[in-house]
Design a protein around this ligand. Structure first.
Ligand SMILES: *Cc1c(COP(=O)(O)O)cnc(C)c1O
Length: 479
């Protein structure tokens, strides 16, 4: 075989005629020798063949569409390490400009030319940085007072995203959870304050709760906290986890006060790769003023008269996302972002309304405040149904849609819900296709003569949570 190729000089074994395509891909050990780039490419490509079309994946919050020029810019910057500031000083400046823009969208009062913030790999890192800063500030103050610093805690609703559990465990800071209930669908300020004490480093309201799409009322929390701090002499601050809302509220609800206009909001984090409209991974965290960023967390680089503050858990990191974010700011401007977020919201409201009309379903909330919402099965309908939302999830997957079903957090965990996140790239036409597929799936499920396994599990009160497919849906929900 080798000889005939060799003799022909220009002949080359076709990719799928090669021996490599008859061997399993390496699992434990690096292969003995090289193969051609074409074959290596094909193998990797085939193994990562998307199981769902990214744009039919209504589970994820993360950007799956950017225009051609954004994609080109980001691809061209793929070999740039952000941390090489001396080599790419302009990128550090561009990063600082993005932070300035974020700070201004969130009404930062900071007077410095360069606002205080940091680039992150996503909201997770950004939340960690906000949380660590709050902890270090609290610790410093306690140390100055000669008080113990061994039992810090923070307060958040049970609707927290998994990063806050990581933060609690990695830094050993107690997480105090305010339960969400059907009556209290968002963080209750009074309940939150009841959990506070001298060891509370911060309260974390969420804008765009991952599980429900709702917003905690930061203004009410700030007001209640102000009175509480005055009464107790504490100065417990707020970090807003605005992973989704940070890029929705400034454009669609500029009058809502949730940001630095509020007294106790000292830091805010968001995901640039969610409604910031950039491919993963990008997050931002901004502090209200330089004085709220502990010195231990920052080191300064002076370039072109700009004092750029660097903060982060990692050292090396990709720079392409900064170019992507800055491109989006220039390309879209305020109006452009507003139009895109408006369309996503309108399409969400449309699906929400149509789902609300379907006999088996009821929406979790009447209002839609972010481009996502959840619904569940009407209890009366569920009593006689031979299927569950997990079955609907499976059926929809057959038509290419990823629409996750999952159980709500503690206290509401007997509620199986389904969620749709609408992102740029999802049109009204696609919404109609989705709704059509949901109707067809429901029709088919209603014809079932025998209950499905998940339905049987439910009747036996077996926690559906333990099931493998539920786990997938849960991790989807946590994204
Ligand atoms: C998505 C999300 C996170 C985590 O963000 P990543 O960008 O995926 O790291 C944190 N908090 C909330 C509320 C989220 O929705």
């Amino acid at each position: 075989m080798k000889d005939s190729n060799f003799r022909n000089g220009d002949a080359k074994t076709a990719i799928f005629g090669s021996e490599v395509m008859l061997t399993p891909s390496p699992v434990d050990k690096i292969p003995d020798g090289p193969t051609t780039p074409e074959i290596a490419y094909q193998m990797v490509k085939d193994e990562t063949f998307a199981q769902t079309q990214p744009r039919l994946n209504l589970a994820t919050f993360v950007t799956t569409y950017m225009d051609e020029y954004a994609t080109k810019l980001m691809n061209e910057a793929i070999n740039i390490n952000y941390i090489d500031e001396t080599e790419y000083p302009r990128i550090a400046v561009m990063n600082a400009k993005c932070i300035n823009i974020m700070a201004s969208l969130w009404n930062s009062p900071e007077q410095e030319k360069w606002k205080t913030g940091a680039l992150a790999i996503g909201s997770s890192e950004a939340c960690m940085l906000g949380g660590v800063a709050a902890w270090l500030r609290w610790r410093k103050k306690r140390q100055a007072q000669g008080k113990p610093t061994d039992k810090p805690n923070f307060v958040i609703s049970t609707g927290f995203q998994v990063v806050w559990e990581k933060f609690a465990q990695l830094w050993q800071i107690e997480m105090r959870e305010v339960p969400l209930t059907l009556d209290k669908t968002t963080l209750d300020p009074e309940e939150a304050l009841k959990m506070c004490d001298e060891n509370t480093i911060c309260i974390v309201p969420i804008q765009g709760v991952t599980w429900t799409g709702l917003n905690d009322d930061v203004e009410a929390l700030d007001k209640a906290l102000d009175a509480y701090n005055a009464k107790t002499g504490y100065d417990i601050p707020i970090h807003v986890d605005a992973a989704s809302g940070g890029f929705i509220l400034p454009f669609l609800s500029p009058e809502t006060k949730w940001d630095f206009r509020l007294k106790w909001v000292l830091s805010i984090s968001t995901s640039g790769h969610k409604f910031g409209l950039v491919y993963p991974g990008l997050g931002w965290v901004v502090w209200k003023d330089k004085k709220y960023l502990p010195e231990e967390m920052a080191f300064s680089v002076n370039y072109l008269g700009a004092n750029i503050t660097q903060v982060g858990l990692n050292f090396s990191r990709p720079a392409a996302q900064i170019l992507g974010q800055y491109y989006q700011f220039i390309r879209l401007g305020f109006e452009g972002y507003k139009q895109i977020q408006y369309n996503s919201m309108e399409i969400t409201k449309y699906i929400h309304q149509e789902i609300g009309k379907m006999a088996p379903f009821v929406n979790y909330s009447n209002e839609v405040v972010n481009p996502l919402f959840i619904w569940y099965m009407k209890p009366d309908y569920a009593k006689n149904a031979k299927w569950t939302l997990y079955d609907l999830q499976d059926k929809l997957q057959q038509s290419g849609w990823m629409v996750p079903a999952y159980t709500l957090p503690k206290k509401l965990d007997n509620y199986v819900v389904m969620r749709v996140v609408v992102r740029q790239g999802f049109s009204r036409d696609m919404a109609d296709m989705l709704l059509g597929d949901i109707k067809n799936a429901v029709e088919a499920l209603e014809k079932l003569e025998y209950p499905t396994p998940t339905r049987i599990a439910q009747d036996k009160n077996v926690p559906v949570k333990g099931k493998v497919f539920t786990h997938t849906a849960m991790s989807n929900a946590k994204k």
